[in-house]
Design a protein around this ligand. Sequence first.
Ligand SMILES: C[S@@+](CC[C@H](N)C(=O)[O-])C[C@H]1O[C@@H](n2cnc3c(N)ncnc32)[C@H](O)[C@@H]1O
Length: 386
Amino acid sequence: MSTTAETAIRAEITRRGPIPFADFMALALGHAEGGYYTAAASRPTRGGDFLTAPELHPIFGAALARQVADAWERMGEPSPFTLVEYGAGAGTLALAILAGLRDDGSPLAEALAYAPIELNRHRLAELRARASAAGLTVVDPAGPDDRPAAGVVLANEFLDALPVHLLEVRDGRPREVRVTVGPDGALGEALDEPANPALREQLERLGRWGIALVEGQRLEVRPAVEAWAREVGRRLAAGLVLVVDYGAPAADLYGPRRRAGTLMTYRGHVAEGDAGAPYRDVGERDITAHVDTTALGEALVGAGLDLLGETSQAELLVGCGLEELLQRRQARVTRTSEALELRSAVMRLLDPRHLGGFRALLAGRGIAAEPPLRGLTYRMPRAHRR
Ligand SMILES: C[S@@+](CC[C@H](N)C(=O)[O-])C[C@H]1O[C@@H](n2cnc3c(N)ncnc32)[C@H](O)[C@@H]1O
């Protein structure tokens, strides 16, 4: 039986013919009634389909609080200081950052205003109630005509959900994967010439970076990141941009290790990456693909921001004092279960094969890069890097 999202996708294909995978993904995740991310069900939690770092344990937010405070101090402690969060969910990360600031005795806790950007209205309602209970002021994110804010733009596991174009190299040329209805009536794929100019531009860029694609290779390209970077550039008068996500620099992302691409789906904590996975239970499973951090860095620079550095999530957290935060919390726990939960969360946050291997990219406007930002001060010994 077709889901609401699949019905909408089929109608789109009937109207336009085969559609780019990016259009399929945008509807599967964001359709107003039947999209994966617009549903009432809570997704990134233990009972949901996957577990993000903020939902795993508040120590993640407590560590990021130190990077946020570091940026604030470098900027001369402006007030208000706006935390713009893309893909804010129910506000779990922002609340952990606030709690971390309070725990550290940082005066930034009093200056913080929270501007969440979240397409799910159910999550936004929860977020408002939780923020109000915690004494965190929620403000509307500035519109394009409003005055830009001084603050931090945060995006944890947000960009990987933005639609990607899917490509496959055939007869020596990248062809675009389009989603269509096959002769058997099921959703399937057809290859076509890449028509979208933004897509062709991204492909030319791969050539300029010296990346050679090979026959049969599948890859994802996300032009939507450019529009996102421009929006961030307009929103932020001065401050820090911190992106944490599944990702890799272009040379790694499109290199020999990943000839099948990075497209992955999640449902009920089961990851499936086979070519048919996105077309099963449309609107009820998450679809993600790694973020190209080289393209993201270029897009942010193109939007007028300075690139401050890139590191792994594990290194970011250690640089922010995760060990000391762990010790502080260990000294306070009263139950064995709490102690075990804390230890296991820290292991997962640092494990390079899990959340620790995520990439963190830091950019900014009006922020001194020297001495290095707190989150960029630690490098793992080489043997422990992925
Ligand atoms: C993987 S979840 C991550 C949530 C949270 N940042 C975390 O780390 O737990 C992605 C979030 O981004 C939201 N989202 C996806 N696409 C969006 C868009 N175009 N605009 C705003 N929010 C979006 C989803 O509704 C979801 O809450």
